[in-house]
Design a protein around this ligand. Structure first.
Ligand code: 2P0
Length: 322
């Protein structure tokens, strides 16, 4: 009745932004992501703790604010009649700061909860349950390059390429560790309801997905770089044009983009992407990773650098389910 799972965050190269069905948490657009290796969240679910109510500990500290969403995730995996759980979470990177901590947390929680309850579910079912809790979490049930499709009544996922067959590197420039002011769920709804660019965002997504799919299939770095940067900037334009505007960037974010442009001008194979937070992720080929890391580390306002390979799918920690 207890199990521990580990999951890595994923970052989208073609972004999920907007919901088609709030109740079922269905995305309005498809998305394509890469799973990271060096960042991780480990979650243990203990259904044997003899508790009256769920308890969530994040890095040893009780967290009441985040408990509701994680309890709902356990309810959807195990059922509402389940025993109360002690949920403990450890994460080696800042949470709620645009580093996809909700993706790794809900992927790990889903895998741990199912195992703790003795359920043996296929990966696609675990992904759908994780996606109900947080749309992007579904993608962390798979490793490498993963596409989340928004067609149909349930989400579907396809692994486009595994993490070894195109060993790109990601250099994450952390410019702020504080949690963001507006969470993604609320921000997406504000964009849908108020941004004049929302319709064109939805309409042009399929074209970006097709270009990214082809680039990943052919391992065409330049093509992937072009479509990923464009898609990222479209998503942020949509946010900036919302009312109230959502600006997740800080001045260091822009400095990092200028650093990436300079590296590109020098012939380095690198491109940027930015999520709902001020951190910049620079995706590059292995040969250029050291230069990208050094240049971003020297960029004004960068507080910390994390470099990573692409990573595997969420999984149980060996021997933890019993
Ligand atoms: C993504 N993001 O595709 C996009 C890009 C942030 C920017 O998915 O409401 O935390 O829980 O389904 O998954 C963040 O959204 O949103 C996200 P919910 P989630 O990675």
């Amino acid at each position: 009745m207890q199990a521990t799972a580990i999951a890595q965050p994923n970052i989208a190269l073609i972004k999920y932004w907007g919901k088609r069905d709030l109740g079922r948490n269905l995305p309005a657009v498809g998305s394509i992501s890469i799973t990271l290796s060096a960042l991780h969240t480990t979650i243990a679910v203990d259904l044997d703790a003899g508790l009256r109510n769920d308890v969530l500990l994040i890095s040893g500290v009780a967290d009441v604010e985040r408990l509701t969403r994680i309890s709902a995730c356990l309810d959807s995996v195990i059922g509402e009649q389940r025993p109360a759980a002690r949920i403990t979470s450890e994460c080696n990177f800042p949470i709620a700061a645009g580093l996809a901590s909700s993706a790794s947390a809900f992927a790990a929680a889903t895998v741990a909860a199912a195992a703790a309850a003795g359920l043996s579910l296929p990966t696609i079912e675990l992904a759908r349950l994780a996606g109900l809790a947080s749309g992007s979490a579904a993608r962390s049930l798979y490793g490498g390059f993963t596409e989340l499709s928004n067609a149909g009544d349930v989400i579907d996922l396809t692994v486009l390429r595994d993490e070894q067959s195109w060993p790109l590197q990601v250099v994450v420039a952390i410019t702020e560790t504080a949690a963001k002011a507006t969470g993604s769920t609320a921000a997406m709804e504000i964009s849908r309801q108020t941004s004049p660019f929302y319709e064109s965002w939805i309409e042009t997504q399929e074209e970006d997905l097709a270009k990214a799919r082809a680039a990943i299939r052919e391992r065409d770095f330049a093509a992937l770089a072009g479509v990923a940067e464009h898609n990222c900037l479209k998503m942020h334009s949509l946010m900036w044009a919302s009312r109230p505007p959502m600006m997740y960037w800080n001045s260091a974010t822009l400095h990092c983009l200028q650093t990436v442009r300079k590296l590109q001008d020098e012939g380095r194979q690198v491109f940027f992407t930015i999520d709902a937070g001020p951190q910049v992720k620079a995706v590059c080929v292995a040969d250029d990773a050291a230069a990208v890391r050094d240049a971003l580390a020297a960029t004004p306002g960068v507080r910390k650098i994390m470099s990573t390979d692409l990573g595997p799918a969420a999984r149980l920690v060996d021997g933890s389910d019993r």
